[in-house]
Design a protein around this ligand. Structure first.
Ligand SMILES: CC(C)(COP(=O)(O)OP(=O)(O)OC[C@H]1O[C@@H](n2cnc3c(N)ncnc32)[C@H](O)[C@@H]1OP(=O)(O)O)[C@@H](O)C(=O)NCCC(=O)NCCS
Length: 164
């Protein structure tokens, strides 16, 4: 990762920047997964910032031992190691909280993310067909077709065991 990029736990001081970052990347200040609404700026998280303090990456999660859910993960710009670093910070936080399972939901169109997670040790454990139908009831702005042309329809659940 670029040496001028720093990662730290998010604090209340980051809240408005995280809100803005979430709006830019998820189309609103909240996200929906498995029928639950999450406000990333209200969750524990890690932020990657450049030397000016601009957010280049964000991971948010929930701790519910033995489970830790990775709720959002974004790196902008991509391909610079930010996403990989953020995942390892979340893994450490989950282990500290005695979680033995890190899991997440992504959507069927997220081909890059599916490659990313599998290369980093996550397993595909479930497909929830048509799950976005339920999500759109909570967040009607979820697009019908992703920017890569794939219809957005299903949730895919991935997980990684954290037992040491
Ligand atoms: C998926 C994502 C978080 C990965 O973070 P990243 O900082 O780009 O990833 P890194 O630089 O640490 O690692 C690069 C890896 O990411 C993957 N990748 C995903 N999208 C990529 C992109 N647009 N450009 C380059 N690599 C990408 C590649 O598989 C690459 O794997 P490899 O180096 O092993 O071949 C990031 O690309 C992103 O924010 N994507 C859009 C939002 C998203 O899909 N979030 C996750 C779904 S919930």
């Amino acid at each position: 990762m670029r040496s001028d990029i720093q990662i730290h736990s998010s604090t209340s001081f980051d809240s408005s920047l995280i809100r803005q970052f979430t709006c830019e990347h998820w189309g609103d200040e909240f996200v929906v997964a498995h029928g639950v609404i999450y406000y990333p700026h209200q969750l524990p998280g890690f932020v990657a910032k450049d030397e000016k303090g601009s957010i280049l990456g964000l991971a948010t999660y929930t701790l519910d031992p033995p489970n830790c859910e990775l709720v959002t993960l974004n790196a902008d710009p991509p391909g610079m190691g930010i996403g990989t670093a953020l995942v390892s910070f979340v893994i450490n936080a989950a282990r500290k909280a005695k979680c033995t399972r890190l899991w997440l939901i992504t959507t069927n169109d997220s081909i890059n993310a599916l490659a990313f997670y599998q290369k980093r040790g996550f397993l595909l454990v479930a497909v929830h067909p048509n799950a976005l139908e339920r999500s759109r009831k909570l967040k009607p702005s979820i697009p019908w077709v992703a920017s890569n042309g794939i219809p957005m329809r299903d949730e895919i659940e991935l997980q990684m065991g954290l037992a040491s």
